[in-house]
Design a protein around this ligand. Structure first.
Ligand code: ARG
Ligand code: ASP
Length: 726
């Protein structure tokens, strides 16, 4: 009898475990065997942890490549062919685009390897191996140490680890803190430096839906591009050379033609950038109630001004398209994030969790003594930091992100710094690089638009920043100089600054150093940013940093506390741009009352959204013809339709763009590129009910490559398989 009870108990516990899991977590590949393998197999995975990450044999990890340090990509052929998102390769595609060869508008397809286009500066990084170095990193670190001593002890330890780790040629090491500094992992990497553009669809496919559809499900974007890694004759990293050869990988992903169905297991492998899942409720509340609304309002104001200008003038539309997209991307994300947290009661859930935490402490004297102070102290610190955090965000958004002239002024400040620290040589060197950069900048710059943004945002800055002294330079301009409005300040600066055009900058750069430095220092944009940032640093940033350091120290302790207090809970570390595995299943979701979304979109949906001539929703003629002729080749789904995108419960974030979606057997089924808007709060509080990642169905990619672009050379290179229809 007892045995039966026991068996039943095990059954129910594992059943509960099985049901409870739905996709949360970004796991360290090295630890899959101990933490995840069983569960993944329960969910339908047919691989072992060793198939995903191994240092002894070729494994999935050998096909996963950090693209330029900001996106993910994966190998899809034995000749170094690399797949990533169109929006990840956008800068490269743009850099090869001219009026005659408009690759953004028309797409680009190298019909043979000698047509592939080199991209100086673009890198492709592999993870050779991962090692837990916590013990060595924290050697000699004591609980009671002050932060400075602790950090310098760790720094010395890390130097030691680096010095004693044996590396093969061209291998490099990076060691990063995990779990808020409670653990350290070492990554041995190898970076290739010759990465060439192979193919990209026209923007009407690769960026279909543009900003309107960004962060939106249902989605119909073919957000993909192909690159190729080149290596020297020994298959090792080398600078660009026409003699380089296509890289021969240890592993590349076969591509499944059998597609996905609801509930299918999916694995997303890549380099997520930053998440914050273990914050106390006070921090989340502050983000939702105070910081996000402020940042959204600032961008709202700026975007409206730019949008009006773009609508009024087609030239401006081209010049500001990519800047607008960048500002709009996180503006939209923050709105979704706040909304999702409210909709799922994210703050309430954090509070419940904290109540459980406190209850456990009450039941255990030792833990209470060690961790009892944490939550009350957080409450105090978050209250204390609020005005500083708000000011910090205001400054960043207004001074650094949205007023373009101040970006130039900031570079000029650095130029002056170069002169003061490194003399004329330093000045000349920086000036050369700056002039180069600014040529590109001014090509797409309209001072009359920027001036309006300046006036509008500094009005908000002056009126809304809670620490009065921070905006004293603006108040002074308004009173002492007798300027009546923020627009007057703007006009005064923009009319008298050298930095509103390349011509102005060139005039200054043509002067001898001493005169140039004097002109820069007397420039109204330069003096403005100087006084504004001094006021900010003195009255806000110092205090902000002090409190923030305290919060970070406390956070390290709180992370450890959560692991001690809930020893049975599995904790995954926050994203930190290191290699992670996330897994879940193909699944729709209930977006709001009475609205349930299906998990797959089809070419029919592209045609439903089609607006002839529109800059977001136009559809290339050739694609329409293929649609009407139903000329789908081997790429249609079982229902005879061409699938475009699908969603799943995989826990992803910025940096996961370009990550492969992999099936139960290790084949490529899709390409990650976005998340559904309602669930963008997954960065702070993943909730399986609405958090979904968006992937392009790989069959749409193949269909476009083959039927639309006629790039059969690429199809021939890839390995297409039928895992479901054996
Ligand atoms: N939201 C996606 C990400 O955060 C895609 C951004 C690029 N697309 C765009 N329309 N801005 O990167
Ligand atoms: N679009 C993001 C990226 O570029 C992915 C995301 O935030 O879900 O990495």
């Amino acid at each position: 009898m007892q045995r039966i009870v026991k068996i039943l108990l095990v059954f129910f516990v594992s059943l509960q475990f099985h049901v409870a899991f739905a996709g949360e977590g970004m796991w360290i590949p090295l630890l899959l065997k101990s933490l995840n393998e069983k569960e993944m197999q329960n969910m339908g995975m047919k691989m072992t942890a060793e198939d995903i990450y191994s240092v002894n044999k070729g494994s999935l990890k050998d096909a996963i490549v950090h693209f330029g340090g900001f996106c993910t990509s994966e190998l899809v052929s034995s000749n170094g062919l690399l797949l990533t998102n169109h929006h990840c390769g956008y800068g490269q595609i743009q850099s090869h685009t001219t009026l005659e060869n408009n690759y953004i508008r028309d797409g680009f397809w190298a019909k043979s390897m000698d047509q592939e286009l080199p991209n100086p500066g673009l890198t492709a990084t592999f993870i050779v191996r991962i090692k837990d170095v916590t013990e060595a990193a924290l050697n000699g670190v004591k609980d009671k140490m002050d932060e400075k001593t602790r950090q310098s002890t760790i720094d010395l330890n890390l130097e030691q680890i680096k010095a004693t780790t044996r590396l093969a040629a061209q291998e490099e090491i990076s060691i990063k803190p995990f779990y808020k500094g409670n653990q350290y992992f070492m990554f041995v990497t190898m970076t290739y430096r010759d990465v060439r553009l192979v193919g990209a669809p026209p923007e009407m496919i690769g960026k279909f839906g543009s900003d309107t559809d960004n962060w939106v499900w249902p989605r119909h974007t073919g957000d993909f591009a192909f690159f190729r890694i080149y290596a020297d004759e020994n298959n090792m990293p080398a600078d660009y050379s026409p003699d380089n050869k296509p890289y021969q990988p240890k592993h590349y992903l076969p591509i499944s033609l059998d597609g996905v169905a609801e509930d299918d297991f999916t694995l997303v492998f890549g380099f997520p950038g930053r998440t914050n899942e273990y914050l106390p409720s006070y921090a989340v509340e502050q983000t939702v109630e105070v910081l996000n609304p402020a940042k959204i309002a600032i961008r709202d104001r700026a975007l409206k001004i730019v949008d009006a200008a773009m609508r009024a003038d087609p030239q401006v539309k081209i010049q500001y398209a990519s800047k607008f997209a960048r500002i709009a991307n996180y503006w939209k994300k923050w709105i979704g994030e706040s909304q999702g947290l409210k909709q799922t009661n994210g703050i309430g859930k954090k509070q419940d969790y904290e109540a459980k935490f406190e209850k456990k402490l009450t039941d255990n004297k030792k833990l209470k003594k060690k961790y009892g102070h944490l939550l009350p102290k957080f409450k105090e610190l978050y209250t204390e930091i609020e005005p500083y955090a708000l000011t910090h965000d205001y400054y960043n958004e207004v001074v650094f992100r949205n007023v373009e002239l101040l970006r130039v002024a900031n570079y000029m400040t650095r130029l002056v710094g170069q002169f003061e620290n490194n003399g004329e040589a330093g000045y000349d060197n920086y000036k050369g690089r700056l002039a180069n950069y600014l040529k590109g900048f001014y090509k797409d710059y309209r001072p009359e638009i920027d001036r309006k943004v300046f006036g509008a945002l500094f009005e908000m800055y002056d009126k809304n920043i809670p620490i009065q002294n921070v905006s004293s330079p603006i108040k002074q301009l308004l009173t002492q100089r007798n300027m009546k409005s923020y627009d007057d300040i703007a006009t005064n600066i923009y009319e008298n600054s050298y930095f509103t055009s390349m011509g102005g900058v060139e005039r200054v750069f043509a002067m001898d150093v001493a005169t140039a430095i004097e002109k820069i220092k007397n420039d109204p944009a330069y003096s403005f940013i100087k006084s504004v940032s001094e006021a900010f640093n003195t009255h806000a940033e110092k205090e902000y940093n002090r409190i923030n350091d305290e919060i970070n120290t406390l956070m390290r302790s709180y992370m450890q506390a959560q692991m001690d207090v809930f020893p049975k809970k599995r904790f995954y570390p926050d994203a930190n741009s290191t290699m992670r595995v996330t897994y879940g299943k193909v699944d729709g979701y209930n977006a709001r009352d009475a609205v349930r979304y299906m998990p797959v979109t089809y070419l029919e949906g592209v045609m439903e959204k089609y607006v002839p001539g529109d800059y977001e929703f136009d559809v290339p003629k050739k694609l329409q013809e293929l649609y009407h002729a139903k000329d789908y080749g081997q790429y249609a789904a079982d229902n005879g339709k061409i699938p475009i995108c699908f969603i799943g419960t995989n826990h992803t974030t910025g940096g996961n763009s370009g990550s492969p979606a992999i099936d139960a057997h290790g084949n490529l089924i899709g390409l990650n590129f976005d998340r559904a808007w309602e669930g963008t709060m997954s960065d702070m509080n993943y909730d399986a009910s609405i958090c979904r990642n968006i992937m392009v169905d790989v069959r749409y990619i193949l269909f476009i490559v083959d039927k639309y672009a006629g790039a059969s050379n690429l199809i021939d290179e890839m390995k297409l398989v039928h895992p479901k229809k054996k």
